[in-house]
Design a protein around this ligand. Structure first.
Ligand code: PLP
Length: 400
């Protein structure tokens, strides 16, 4: 099936596409990687949400809606992108932002305000309370004639995920015959729409590339059914059948100390990476995910690092609220980088508890083993490549 599968869905053009596909090298980190630069989908409207919003806003217009409503954390990239996209398309935006009310506007929040979003804070981070408030506000907006359209958390409805089906087709065209040499694309993950879209998109494009979700929140046991629901729902929307089951889901635990809580090791990695490559990473999504992937690659847990792509999903405005931590990391950098491997590989937070890991999540399980292997190896200062750390399963998907 080709990209014609998407033609029946309305889409507004918002993102600067195609985004670049590049290779970066950071010798002091021992990192050589292919990057799909979705951080460059736009300026204010940057990152992975731009692709989702192309389909979501078109859907809102098709339903004659006038106000985009969503919820997210105070520094939500999705909420900011939605506010900017609403301004671009002459819609209104209403954001429910959860967490401690900040003393001043910063990062994504400041940009949402500049774009004219109406913002309501909810100090509770309980998803049930958030969803209840979202339902109430949507009803209020409807009652006052503002014709609301709800964009779910992270833009990850089936309609939003179409944006990453399109992205997979875009990469197939961009890479041409070279596409066949890649096996994995690692994406930062928080609501799953990017993963689901890529999964189906590459399958429909007939390519062997499979996503690996570097999750920054939730747990592996929660992610497996969430992703499968999204993948199957998306397949239904597209009118195709996909035989994906839990053995097809690939995960890496990128949570570290928790959502929006970068560890010193992650911040140190970000500082070194930006210095070495000029590519910005944020401390909430792309920085955590790439740090987790880096540790994973260090362990030799993937057969061939050269067949891995990292999807840079943006989030750069999230740098600013973490200015203190990043400044501290910068202060700790040696002018001539010391032995990064030894410092950066030490597990900075316990990996997920064994009980939380389904047996089928091979990469996730391997990561845990690999992390402790690296920990041991880095103390011994001996090479730590270990064949038994490789994922036990090959990635498979039935053709739709
Ligand atoms: C910068 C960035 N990267 C990655 C993600 C995760 O993508 P998804 O929500 O589709 O899992 C998000 C948002 O959740 C994000 O803001």
């Amino acid at each position: 099936m080709s990209s014609h599968a998407l033609e029946k869905f309305p889409r507004v053009r918002l993102a600067q596409l195609p985004t670049p596909f590049t290779q970066i090298t950071a010798p002091e980190l021992g990192l050589k990687l292919y990057l799909k630069r979705d951080d460059l989908t736009g300026n204010g409207l940057s990152g992975n949400k731009a692709r989702k919003l192309e389909f979501l806003i078109a859907d809102a217009r098709a339903q004659n809606c006038a106000t985009l409503v969503t919820c997210g954390a105070v520094q939500s990239n999705c909420a900011r992108a939605l506010a900017v996209a609403a301004a671009q398309t002459h819609l209104e935006s209403y954001l429910i932002l959860t967490g401690a009310v900040p003393a001043e506007d910063d990062g994504n929040l400041l940009i949402s305000r500049l774009a004219g979003a109406e913002i309501e804070f909810l100090t509770s981070t309980d998803p049930a309370e958030r969803d209840a408030l979202l339902a109430r506000r949507t009803a209020d907006l409807a009652a006052s004639g503002r014709r609301p359209y709800v964009v779910p958390f992270g833009g990850s409805s089936e309609v939003g995920a179409l944006g990453y089906v399109q992205a997979a087709f875009e990469m197939a065209t961009q890479l041409g015959p070279d596409a066949a040499r890649f096996r994995h694309i690692v994406t930062p993950m928080a609501s799953g729409g990017t993963y689901a879209g890529l999964y189906l998109g590459f399958a429909l494009a007939g390519l062997p590339i499979r996503p690996i979700g570097a999750f920054v929140c939730g747990s592996a046991t929660e992610w497996v059914p969430t992703l499968l629901d999204l993948i199957h729902g998306l397949a239904r929307l597209l009118g195709v059948v996909v035989a994906a089951d839990e053995s097809d889901i690939r995960l890496i635990d990128a949570r570290g100390a928790g959502y929006d809580q970068p560890t010193p090791a992650e911040l140190d990695f970000i500082a070194r990476f930006v210095r070495a490559t000029g590519v910005l990473l944020d401390p909430v999504y792309s920085g955590k995910a790439l740090y987790a992937l880096w540790r994973y690659l260090e362990c030799g847990a993937l057969d061939d690092p050269a067949d891995v792509i990292f999807l840079h999903t943006g989030g750069s405005f999230g740098i600013f609220p973490h200015r203190r931590g990043l400044s501290a990391a910068l202060a700790g950098l040696e002018p001539h980088a010391a032995d990064v491997g030894a410092a950066g590989c030490l597990p900075d937070a316990p990996v997920a508890a064994q009980a939380e890991r389904p047996a089928t999540v091979a990469l996730h399980a391997a990561t845990a083993k690999a992390a402790s292997a690296v920990h041991r190896a880095s103390r011994r200062a001996t090479p730590h490549r270990s064949p038994e750390l490789r994922p036990a399963q090959t990635i498979s998907i039935a053709s739709p």
